[in-house]
Design a protein around this ligand. Structure first.
Ligand code: ASP
Length: 362
């Protein structure tokens, strides 16, 4: 055999060997069992239905059962073994603390099952940011927990629920999503449940995190860009398995000409903390300072937050002397997230310095 012939022979053998190795990898990938993902349904627009396909804002939320939502996306079967469970069928503005506890306990129980690899929760967009943060603080698992929602009901033209559900299952089924904290997947983006917030109420690009998304899902594959630096899930000192009830916390909105009526009413109701959703840097009008000081003297925690939408960052002892008054600076959390954290923190401590530490760390 001439040298050239020998070379081309070796070439063919090499190629054959390479092809065999490649095809066995492919076979292995195809034969590998799919991950098991449980979808917990709670209602919202993703389960909504309107009278006509032109109705993208006028419709009824929480109508379509989980069995139908899963049936409508048969592509899920290529990503995971998906099972569905209807936990509630409500619009998320009706969520209560009791609902949060019921849902979190179910998520916690499922996350301990060896036959569950990831959990998806379908939810309304209105309070998904609160539920996601609550789970992020209280569920002890590294398994992916992903909340999905939609801005348009499934009956509308260009409905966004099916893709959001598909992307959510993709993330929950992916081992690359482990230990990233509880996530919210919407409009191709993977957000941290800690800081994502609904910023627009009418279009599919409604959600924003002031610190950017963690990653994106593109054609059924998650791509990651950031890690959450704050404590979450297995790194959290809070655990839903040990929380019996959530202390009452309410939000008072700050604006020009506001008076102390709402604060007094919440104190009288027995609230354990008041989130003051101040203007700017959590600013408090001069006439409300003595009202909040009195509330604090009566044992109510006072947390200064900001209702500035994108990045209401509150600095301790700026605007108000928090050290002197024993108040808490809400850090970068918006008022509704500060409400969740204050409530969770109060299950462990009533010391305002410790609550401040918790606001820095979570
Ligand atoms: N009000 C609805 C809800 O939060 C809105 C939505 O899901 O987009 O359930």
């Amino acid at each position: 055999m001439r040298l050239a012939q020998l070379r081309s022979c070796l070439h063919v053998f090499g190629l054959l060997a390479l092809l065999t190795a490649f095809s066995s990898t492919m076979t292995f990938a195809a034969d590998r069992p799919l991950p098991n993902v449980v979808v917990l349904a709670t209602g919202g627009t993703i389960a909504g239905a309107g009278a006509s396909s032109a109705n993208s804002a006028t419709y009824q939320a929480a109508k379509v059962p989980i069995s139908k939502l899963l049936e409508d996306v048969p592509q899920l079967g290529q990503v995971a073994n998906v099972t569905g469970e209807q936990v509630f069928q409500v619009a998320s503005e009706s969520f209560t603390n009791d609902d949060l506890m019921v849902l979190a306990r179910r998520v916690s129980a499922l996350s301990k099952q060896s036959d569950v690899d990831g959990i998806v929760i379908t939810h309304g967009t209105d309070t998904v940011e609160e539920t996601a943060y609550f789970l992020n603080l209280t569920i002890h698992t590294k398994k992916p927990i992903v909340l999905v929602a939609s801005m348009r009901p499934g009956t509308a033209m260009s409905a966004d629920g099916m893709l959001n559900l598909y992307d959510g299952v993709v993330v929950a089924a992916s081992s690359s999503a482990r230990d990233r904290g509880v996530m919210v997947v919407l409009n191709d983006n993977i957000y941290s449940g800690r800081d994502v917030s609904k910023m627009i109420n009418i279009s599919p690009n409604a959600f924003v995190s002031p610190w950017g998304s963690l990653g994106m899902v593109v054609e059924g594959k998650p791509y990651w860009f950031r890690l959450l630096d704050k404590r979450h899930t297995t790194h959290s000192e809070f655990n839903i398995d040990h929380i019996k009830t959530l202390p009452e916390v309410d939000v008072v909105y700050g604006y020009g000409n506001v008076d102390g009526t709402a604060i007094d009413a919440f104190v009288q109701k027995g609230d354990k903390a008041i989130i003051y959703a101040g203007t700017g840097n959590g600013a408090v009008p001069a006439r409300l300072v003595p009202v909040l000081q009195k509330a604090r003297e009566q044992g109510v925690q006072v947390v200064r937050s900001s209702h500035v939408n994108l990045g209401g960052f509150v600095v301790r002892n700026a605007e108000q002397p928090d050290d002197k008054y024993n108040w808490v600076a809400g850090h970068d959390l918006n008022p509704q997230k500060a409400k969740i954290l204050a409530s969770v923190a109060l299950t462990k401590t009533t010391n305002s310095r410790d609550i401040q530490r918790i606001f820095w760390e979570y």
